[in-house]
Design a protein around this ligand. Structure first.
Ligand code: KIV
Length: 339
């Protein structure tokens, strides 16, 4: 059940002109994303998790911003995406909405929020749309989720599917492993994709499959197919923000560095260098110099302040002596307790 042809919508003309200028200054719609596939345009998608990451995605004019449940691994420090909750997703989706008001935002339905049936899925999808302002939701699975996708789309929620490696199912898949490496399994992935399209998904993410499989799926589908670790033949590509930028210190990067990920920067190293310099400059008194204190007092006020300080100097010194003695004694007490 595909959405209707875009040519019927006046938005399309504006969209085509906008694309001609190479800019997408306003938010795309799910129909426009489908039109991009039909007109051979490639779609950029990036994950974001909070206001600053969303702001960068907005500045870079990403076609789609995904608030992925990868937030659990790259931001919250979990080993997998499984512990991520609806409350986590709502919290992060809201921040991303504030940071990227003009991007098409997809929010992940987390593990355990949609599998028990279409009604539960709809309740949680509505929360992401109504409370966090996402434009669409994403859920993992293929044929087994077709009924749920149909229910969501029929109820007014745009849905993106996610097939191939579906990280929420890691316990069943036996690890973060490539999928579709036998002919039968590859064919089954294509069937998953067709079932999602038929159920009304406006697009699909395909993760960690041989490029021949992603190409077959992309060729067979009328809706956009966004690849991650799926080769060059898909309609678009998505990467995880932290992986792309080389922010190295999270469990995902340290233990499961995705081989398919191209790093476009080394922010992790730059951050370590900058923070160590700050620490050293604080410790050795290099920072801040007076240049970093822009708040000035007039000469007249400075004079008044000095005489105010002088007026009760001896009283303050005496009081300070009492407090200092107490602190020294407390210190001695703590130190003796340690040994
Ligand atoms: O959660 C996520 O970041 C994702 C992408 C890897 C597609 O689902």
């Amino acid at each position: 059940m595909l959405h209707g042809t875009l040519s019927r919508f006046s938005a399309t003309r504006g969209f085509a002109q906008q694309q001609g200028q190479g800019k997408s200054a306003r938010k795309l719609t799910s129909l426009e994303l489908q039109y991009m596939k039909r007109s051979g345009k490639r779609i950029s998608m990036l994950t974001a998790y909070d206001y600053p990451t969303a702001k960068h995605a907005e500045n870079a004019e990403m076609d789609i911003v995904l608030v992925g449940d990868s937030v659990g691994m790259v931001v919250l420090g979990y080993e997998t995406t499984q512990p991520v909750t609806m409350e986590d997703m709502l919290h992060h989706c809201k921040a991303v909405r504030r940071g990227a008001p003009s991007r098409f935002i997809v929010g992940d339905l987390p593990f355990g929020s949609y599998e028990s049936g279409p009604e539960e899925a709809l309740r949680n999808a509505y929360r992401l749309v109504k409370e966090a302002g996402v434009d669409a939701v994403k859920l993992e699975g293929g044929k087994n989720r077709a009924e749920t996708v149909r229910k969501l789309v029929d109820s007014g929620v745009a849905v993106m599917g996610h097939i191939g490696l579906t990280p929420q199912g890691i316990s069943v898949l036996g690890g973060f492993r490539a999928q579709g490496r036998t002919a039968v399994k590859a064919r089954s992935i294509l069937d998953d994709a067709l079932a999602l399209q038929d159920a009304g998904a406006f697009g699909i993410v395909i993760e960690c499959v041989p490029s021949i499989v992603a190409k077959a799926v992309t060729d067979a589908l009328k809706i956009p197919v966004i690849g991650i670790g799926a080769g060059p033949h898909t309609t678009g590509q998505v990467l995880v923000y932290h992986d792309l930028l080389g922010v190295e210190h999270h469990p995902h990067f340290e233990k499961h560095v995705p081989k398919f990920c191209k790093t476009y920067a080394k922010l992790g190293k730059d951050i370590d260098v900058a923070l160590t310099r700050f620490r050293d400059e604080v410790r050795n008194g290099e920072f801040p110099t007076e240049a970093f204190n822009p708040y000035k007092m007039s000469a007249e006020e400075q004079e008044k302040f000095t005489s105010l300080l002088d007026s009760d100097k001896s009283q303050r010194e005496a009081e300070g002596e009492v407090v200092g003695k107490k602190l020294r004694e407390a210190d001695e007490y703590e130190v003796t307790k340690l040994y």
